[in-house]
Write a protein that binds this ligand. Structure first.
Ligand code: ZN
Length: 117
């Protein structure tokens, strides 16, 4: 007498297929808390002061002429972004002063580069 009778218990699968939402949803856009710190504000001030409050963007050997003196808003930008190189977040050599349009352009390029990785 070796025959085993196995009760057939129907297994209930999940009724709703589970999705890996990590692949579907983009990450929430949270401002990096680093930008709120006094250390960052001090770093930004030093970067802009060092640049003479002028945009440091150089294109075809010509430096951008925008400056605070001419009424442009200046931004201290991380050459290697904080999320890419957190250890360089407060490194003055990792900062440059940019006008709004060059800051926007550079941020977009960095994001595109990050997406392509
Ligand atoms: Zn510029």
């Amino acid at each position: 007498m070796t025959r085993m009778t196995r009760a057939r218990i129907p297994t209930l699968g999940p009724r709703v297929p589970t999705l890996d939402t990590r692949k579907v949803k983009p990450p929430p856009k949270l401002a990096d808390p680093h930008y709120q710190t006094a250390e960052h504000k001090n770093w930004a001030e030093q970067v802009k002061r060092r640049a003479g409050w002028r945009c440091e963007y150089v294109e075809d050997g010509v430096r951008c002429e925008r400056s605070r003196e001419l009424g442009d808003q200046m931004y201290a930008d991380h050459i290697e972004e904080v999320r890419d190189a957190p250890s360089k977040a407060l490194d003055l050599s990792n900062g440059h002063c940019l006008c709004a349009s060059h800051h926007t352009r550079k941020s977009h390029q960095a994001r595109a580069a990050r997406m392509s990785r």
